[in-house]
Ligand binder design. Sequence first.
Ligand code: GUN
Length: 291
Amino acid sequence: MQVIDGKLTSATIKQEIAAEVDKIKANGGRAPHLAAVLVGNDPASETYVSSKVKSCKEVGFTSTELRFPADMSEEELLQLVDKLNNQEDLDGYIVQLPLPKHIDETKVLMAINPDKDVDGFHPCNLGKMMTGLPTFIPATPAGIMELLTRYGVETSGKQCVVIGRSNIVGTPMSVLMSRKGADSTVTICHSRTKNLKEITLQADILIVALGKPKFVTADMVKPGATIIDVGIHRVPSSETKSGFRLVGDVDYAEVAPKCSFITPVPGGVGPMTIVSLLQNTLKAYRFRTEG
Ligand code: GUN
């Protein structure tokens, strides 16, 4: 069994990006610039946005954090989006989700200029991904593809089962795994799926993104499978000083001995999502400055 180390891989990729940025600056270019918009004070979102901004600094990007109170109106947010769409020195930006209930998320995502949509959430970019055109791939699926490639996990002709059909992870993941290059045969499972265990037992590659702690147990896993765990949950623990620990959607302790590759939580998929965002920002920068 080999642990897929997302922390190490993300550190390597950050070094690669930093080297690219050094080259750009040495040639007289400006640094790529990412902005992150945070509305409200959801603690998880605050942590994510801080990590994104910190990672920008590590690779030499310019970053802007834009924070607003939870009662910001939809109109005000749409005006900000319009301003960012037209800001010359800004290559890409994200609006951190979830947004407060009174703001229509789809309306906001649709208003983002697709050329600056480094999350890859605009239908225009999702459509390009579906048809294999160059675009911004959503960060979590992009990070998973990068891990599979860098660890030499064979995907061609393999049975891939994705649990979860969200717009951000499950759906784009299933598309990427079935496309030319990855060439897997893909099954998507969700809350209405019957005989889930029967299906997961067929999986050579099992990608789990349903958001339930330790949902996948050893009896659901084919021996020798590759397991990608997208979940991250805080659960109470008497063994840590903080009183909690992080677990994924997979029961790591019992599943790990059965598989050929597995991503841990924390330190698996999580750190890769941020580097994917940095990679997308570099792509946006090149698109804007080099065409
Ligand atoms: N909320 C959870 N994941 C994401 C993400 O990848 N991008 C944004 N904008 N919000 C999120």
